[in-house]
Design a binder for this molecule. Structure first.
Ligand SMILES: Cc1cc2nc3c(=O)[nH]c(=O)nc-3n(C[C@H](O)[C@H](O)[C@H](O)COP(=O)(O)OP(=O)(O)OC[C@H]3O[C@@H](n4cnc5c(N)ncnc54)[C@H](O)[C@@H]3O)c2cc1C
Length: 445
């Protein structure tokens, strides 16, 4: 049995710890805050619990995690398919409610924007079929070989950017906006994102979006339920969890990792899984100097209550609605616990906003001002401070981005990396897959 120390108690760290404990390692997880979950956790204030995470693509990644670490996911939480991924509302007054899991439904929805646009959208998505199959097998579900197999290198080292691919696929600006949205929302400039990363659109079409919790999103949602289920899983697997302890650096002996230096003293380790931003650890930071974390959006948590005296009722929106303005977008998500009669919305703001975002939203047709009971605005800086890093991983900076990222292997023998900073995919599925790959590399005890 090897002693494995896992750094970080977000999804990446918890997933790696649960898998490695099931493989019979003696696992200690170190989390600097007082609670496990990282960015999965809701924000609490004035009786509201706002969920930050909304849905997951590729539910198989979470199912695999639960199956390989004990009882199946279905025994812990119910994932439900959400037919509409999000509604986009454009400045010209048109709108597209984008369905998931169905090529035919996407074709029909985009065709309603204009003749030929449905075909253009599904043809664009189809360009990713092969890239996904290749990268899934060789990169996302198994440790990549070094050097990369020829077909993988052909995809990953192409010079084509997402921006260029979208210009080739779509004459219609609205479809370019729709296909670029997941990247813009995650803090990237499509001119710096490689074209292959757009396979997110393929995952949306093929596997759809999945949520957890009550249908009307008034109770705990996917983030909270997943954090709770994984916390229980760590207890079942007898993972030693040290909360309130911060990892400071890695200690090496004879060229291999021997311990982790923490605020609670050194922890001996035969292997270490870094599921935090590796630039926080001086032993790994050097070569990563030139990379930057992807900047989180400005986040508004709004507590709303229908004001009967107001001239207009509280707008009824899809679970996720994106208001596209000329220079900014507002992604509105419903979700979280609220006092009786109230509702919790979270708004993720991207772009240039020189006025109060709530006023800008009103200008774009969603006026919540008469119904506002409470609000909490969080700047990107406050969020990075709160999470001690960016749960959105490394900012895309063209092909050179790979040099600014470590994982699943690192330059130090015995040290592996999982989580948002260690994967070139985005969101929960890729974080979960990164932990699976690290568990494969470390192997059974
Ligand atoms: C606003 C927003 C909305 C999102 N919505 C979605 C969504 O709808 N769907 C989706 O799939 N993804 C979403 N994501 C992305 C998703 O939240 C992340 O991919 C995922 O939670 C990252 O998990 P992680 O474990 O890598 O990082 P984190 O959750 O950031 O966990 C890292 C943990 O490490 C701890 N830590 C940091 N430094 C140290 C240290 N030195 N020592 C010990 N512990 C340390 C932190 O306290 C934290 O608990 C969203 C992200 C954001 C920011």
């Amino acid at each position: 049995m090897a002693r494995v120390v896992v750094l970080g108690g977000g999804l990446g760290g918890m997933a790696a710890a649960a898998r490695l404990a099931k493989l019979k390692h003696q696992v200690t997880l170190v989390e600097r805050s007082g609670t496990l979950g990282g960015a999965l956790l809701p924000v609490r204030r004035d009786g509201f619990n706002w969920e930050t995470v909304d849905l997951t693509l590729l539910p198989g990644a979470l199912r695999d995690l639960f199956r390989k670490s004990g009882r199946p996911l279905e025994a812990e939480l119910d994932l439900r398919h959400r037919p509409i991924l999000r509604e986009h509302r454009f400045p010209d007054g048109s709108a597209l409610a984008l369905p998931g899991s169905s090529r035919a439904a996407q074709l029909a929805a985009a065709e309603a924007l204009g003749p030929g646009l449905g075909r253009a959208y599904v043809d664009h998505v189809a360009t990713y079929t092969e890239a996904w199959e290749t990268l899934r097998r060789h990169v996302f579900e198994a440790p990549a070989a070094d050097p990369l197999p020829r077909e993988v290198a052909a995809v990953m080292q192409s010079r084509e950017t997402l921006h260029r691919r979208l210009r080739r696929s779509f004459a219609d600006r609205r479809l370019r906006t729709v296909a670029a949205h997941p990247f813009v929302l995650d803090g990237h400039d499509p001119r710096q994102v490689p074209a292959w990363a757009g396979l997110t659109g393929y995952l949306e079409q093929r596997f759809g979006g999945w949520v957890a919790g009550a249908d009307d999103a008034t109770g705990p949602g996917l983030g909270t339920l997943l954090a709770d289920a994984l916390t229980r899983r760590l207890t079942t697997r007898r993972v030693e969890v040290l909360t309130g302890v911060e990892a400071r650096d890695l200690v090496t002996r004879s060229g291999r990792v021997a311990a982790v230096s923490t605020t609670a003293g050194d922890l001996d380790a035969d292997a270490v899984v870094v599921a935090i931003d590796p630039r926080l650890l001086p032993a790994l930071a050097g070569p990563l100097r030139r990379s930057l974390p992807a900047t989180p959006p400005t986040v508004l948590h709004l507590g709303l209550r229908q004001d009967p005296a107001a001239r207009a009722a509280l707008p009824v929106l899809e679970h996720e609605t994106v208001l596209h303005g000329e220079s900014a977008s507002f992604t509105i998500r419903h979700g979280g616990q609220a006092p009786a009669g109230a509702t919790a919305w979270t708004v993720l703001v991207r772009g240039k906003v020189v006025e109060d975002p709530v006023v800008a939203m009103a200008r774009l047709g969603v006026d919540v001002r008469p119904h506002l009971q409470t609000r909490l605005d969080l700047t990107p800086r406050e969020l990075v401070h709160r999470w001690h890093g960016s749960p959105l991983g490394v900012e895309w900076r063209g092909r050179g981005t790979a040099a600014g990222r470590v994982g699943p292997r690192t330059p130090i023998p015995g040290v592996f990396a999982a989580g948002a900073s260690a994967t070139s995919g985005t969101g929960l599925p890729f974080v979960a897959l990164s932990a699976a790959v690290v568990a494969q590399l470390i192997g059974p005890a």
